[in-house]
Design a protein around this ligand. Structure first.
Ligand code: SF4
Length: 364
């Protein structure tokens, strides 16, 4: 297939690019009427159109299964709206907020947990007045230590606009960390310019860039070079991935993805269990499958390659780790049984420790 130079934004474009057969056009038009479609040239180039199970196509090319909403799936699966004190801000945890500047992305993921909010014709990006109100909220809450730019993909903004926002955040004394969640280094690596990197660096504050990628093929040469430009500028990178059926739900692929991150100086951070967004059941694994994969990662791959496997509890109750437990028993029951990376079990029975008071275990 010759390399596309245009972003594919609708079903006829997917057909013309050979990514869907003519007989699927009618049903996929129904999907596209509800959920945005966009594949950048870098994403299209990663797809093997001859493979009906291509793991990159599965993430971006619409599927008729998206028309079916299963029990439990909701438009706001992680409960952003319940924790939105002012437009654009999600204040779920005490020390950090999300700041949602935009509701558009260079690509639209078929499993997106904000799929009812992102895309053309969905919610609006923050106006200047709404941004001012959001910044006032952050200023008025000294417990906010970290601001996470998410959305939408914040790196779709111009370097000038990003710089304005980051400078305004940096001027707030109690904000020490600015975290940017993005797919841009993979899906539009040409946007990672010197000007954009300058915009991300703010005096006396730490910026972290968290890359979202789900299959090792996404770390192509241009993506690796874009990540290198960020890290070489002194901006640390972390990763987040979504566990997806038919994309990365086997230990070899998941391990290769984590190694690709680490080789590119990106520390694996989160492996998300796929959220209960409408029309995503065909992409969701069971939690037991996810735990088995985490066990396999633990056994076969370096400690640097271990993300935290997490679930966003529906209703807005936040993330909790749901990885496998290697420890059973308790001090009071005479000790513990701990599993090793091969599945072997061992007893661990230390002498009784001095008990601490329950108050010592409370968070500040
Ligand atoms: S890039 Fe992020 S916000 Fe945008 S569609 Fe994909 S998962 Fe959703």
């Amino acid at each position: 297939m010759t390399r596309q130079t245009e972003t594919l934004r609708d079903v006829p474009a997917l057909l013309a690019a050979g990514l869907i057969p003519p007989e699927r056009v009618a049903e996929l038009e129904q999907v596209a009427a509800h959920y945005a479609v966009s594949l950048t040239p870098d994403v299209t180039a990663l797809i093997d159109a001859a493979d009906p199970n291509d793991p990159v196509a599965r993430q971006f090319v619409p599927d008729a299964a998206e028309l079916e909403t299963r029990a439990g799936e909701t438009p706001d699966p992680i409960g952003d709206d319940a924790h939105t004190p002012v437009e654009g801000v999600v204040h779920r945890y005490p020390d950090r907020v999300l700041l949602k500047l935009v509701h558009v992305c260079p690509v639209y993921c078929r499993f997106c947990f904000r799929r009812e909010m992102v895309g053309p014709g969905k919610r609006h990006s923050l106006s200047r007045a709404a941004l001012a109100t959001a910044l006032d909220y952050i200023r008025a809450h000294p417990e906010i230590w970290e601001v996470i730019l998410t959305g939408g993909d914040p790196l779709i903004l111009s370097p000038r606009r990003l710089r304005e926002v980051l400078r305004a955040l940096a001027d707030i004394d109690h904000v020490k960390i600015i975290r940017v969640h993005t797919r841009v280094p993979v899906v539009a690596p040409e946007r990672i310019t010197a000007a954009l990197i300058r915009a991300l660096k703010v005096p006396d504050k730490a910026t972290y860039v968290v890359l979202h990628a789900n299959h090792p093929r996404e770390l192509a040469d241009a993506a690796r070079a874009a990540c290198a430009r960020i890290v070489d500028a002194g901006i640390p990178m972390l990763s987040q991935s979504v566990l997806l059926r038919g994309v990365n739900d086997d230990a070899a692929t998941l391990g290769a993805l984590m190694r690709a991150f680490v080789e590119n100086r990106i520390k694996p951070y989160y492996l998300h269990h796929c959220d209960l967004a409408p029309g995503t059941a065909h992409l969701r694994t069971s939690i037991e499958e996810g735990q088995a994969l985490m066990r396999a990662l633990h056994g076969r791959f370096s400690g640097l390659c271990q993300p935290a496997y997490v679930l966003d509890i529906p209703g807005g109750h936040g993330k909790s780790p749901i990885g496998p437990s290697y420890l059973r028993g308790s001090q009071g029951e005479g000790g513990y049984v701990i599993s090793d990376f091969n599945g072997g079990r061992h007893s661990y029975a230390p002498a009784a420790a001095t008990p601490c008071s329950p108050r010592d275990l409370q968070p500040d």
